[in-house]
Ligand binder design. Structure first.
Ligand SMILES: [Zn+2]
Length: 454
């Protein structure tokens, strides 16, 4: 009798304990698990070398405080990757970089998911599709730009924007598209003078959106969101956290579909315009793009907190601009001045082109928020537009003077208007994260992800 009571109590407490541990998982508890492959969330900061993460962290921190501001990247770092292409240079472009990250094969600069002999290579997303997974991409540039294009299409040149849009519009043979969700810019490539894909896509069951706010009303996939004619505006000139907002909706919809069909999903999220700010040697622009990307990383981390069978990998395709923090012999990098700048250099130059010179100073003073010297004002006011060039190129001389004034005040260094060959960070979290540790080649990131889908 006694022993039976004892047994019952022990059994009861075991039951209570096990139910407690099931409802209150701690960091050391193994996730209630499942033998199914994890969801894959692959985040690419285009141009996001280590320098950009350093710059973002300092910009978020307060000088003189004992602690730096935490960022959503810090505890995810597992290693670094080399990014060289299969070309006559160590310096990759975004097409070869994305091809390496999407297919596990290096290629020439400009290639969209083709190898150096121009043979199409199966991408992570195509393989996932073959296995019935949900697939998608979110970007802040046009969806037919090099990085997203390399995950879904195959073209000999990244400049074939119309052909890439045509590939996205065409259904693949088994009666579906290669993606369930595709969000970014690029409306003007789908609705062109020679063809308008949008009515046909809608007729075939694709929900086509042109306003970011419309995402709220979408309850099921597939969805194609084209929220700007080409790229979205720079984050510094736009509403904050638009990448996070698109990411939130992509995850909501892919998760719902996954609950319904029992299949995992693979989603690529690109912080596309970190690179563009790097090309422009525009540090304030870059920090705001980093903040946009970091907010999206936080959205993904929040998703993983409740959906632990999800692998997050974050990396960059290359670094851009040769950014460094410190310039001209001075031991300083002035984050307060960087964070006081309210506009991208591109917007400043475009606005100056429309204003008489006597109004330049009034316009720029509150936008730059820098103690611009008389010599610097003189330099700016005496700069001529390049009237032999069109569009953005015409603004180049003014752009260069604005960039140099910002460099002189903030002590931000740049070595190039192009890319650099330095190693980039690799971050990973979740099932299989240990496969990305240490110093690795960028193609090995894709190979490890592809192995998880197989
Ligand atoms: Zn670039």
């Amino acid at each position: 009798m006694k022993s039976l009571t004892l047994f019952s109590l022990t059994a009861l407490s075991a039951l209570v304990l096990s139910s407690c541990s099931a409802t209150a998982p701690s960091a050391t508890t193994v996730a209630p698990h499942t033998t199914s492959a994890p969801n894959i969330i692959f985040m690419i900061g285009d141009g996001m070398g280590f320098e950009y993460i350093s710059a973002y962290r300092y910009a978020m921190s307060e000088l003189g405080q004992s602690e730096l501001a935490p960022t959503p990247f810090d505890d995810l770092l597992v290693g670094a990757a080399t990014t060289y292409p299969d070309d006559d240079t160590w310096v990759t472009d975004s097409a070869a970089g994305a091809t390496a990250l999407a297919t596990g094969v290096k290629s020439y600069n400009g290639a969209i998911a083709l190898d150096a002999n121009k043979n199409p290579q199966q991408t992570l997303m195509e393989l996932a599709r073959e296995h019935g997974w949900g697939t998608g991409a979110v970007a802040t540039v046009q969806v037919n730009h090099a990085t997203p294009a390399s995950f879904f299409t195959h073209h000999p040149s990244r400049r074939m924007y119309n052909e890439i849009a045509d590939s996205y519009a065409a259904q693949i043979t088994n009666g579906g598209w290669s993606y369930d969700v595709l969000l970014g810019g690029g409306y003007s490539y789908f609705h062109r003078d020679d063809v308008n894909w949008l009515p046909q896509l809608t007729e075939q069951g694709m929900q086509v959106l042109t306003q970011l706010e419309e995402l709220e009303t979408v309850t099921d996939l597939p969805v194609l969101g084209l929220f700007a004619p080409k790229a979205l505006p720079f984050a510094i000139d736009d509403r904050p956290e638009r990448l996070a907002e698109m990411t939130q909706h992509a995850l909501r919809l892919l998760d719902k579909q996954s609950q319904q069909n029992g299949k995992p999903f693979a989603l690529m999220i690109e912080g596309s315009m970190i690179d563009w700010c790097g090309h422009a040697n525009d540090i304030a622009c870059a920090i705001h793009e980093m903040a946009d990307f970091a907010a999206a990383v936080q959205v993904v981390r929040d998703y993983i907190a409740t959906n632990p069978n999800t692998l997050l990998v974050i990396t960059a395709d290359h670094s851009t601009g040769g950014l460094t923090l410190g310039q001209g012999g001075e031991y300083a990098w002035h984050t307060d001045k960087v964070m006081g700048i309210n506009s991208s250099i591109e917007t400043m130059a475009t606005t100056l082109a429309q204003l008489p010179r006597e109004e330049w100073r009034d316009y720029l003073t509150p936008v730059l928020n820098l103690p611009v010297t008389d010599e610097q004002w003189q330099r700016l006011l005496s700069t001529q537009f390049d009237d032999s060039a069109q569009g953005r190129e015409r603004l180049y001389p003014i752009h260069q003077v604005l960039a140099s004034i910002i460099t002189e005040h903030t002590r931000t260094g740049w070595t190039t208007s192009g890319h650099t060959a330095v190693d980039v960070p690799v971050m990973a979290y979740g099932p299989g994260a240990d496969k990305f540790r240490g110093y690795i080649n960028n193609i090995d990131i894709a190979k490890a992800l592809i192995q998880l889908v197989r």
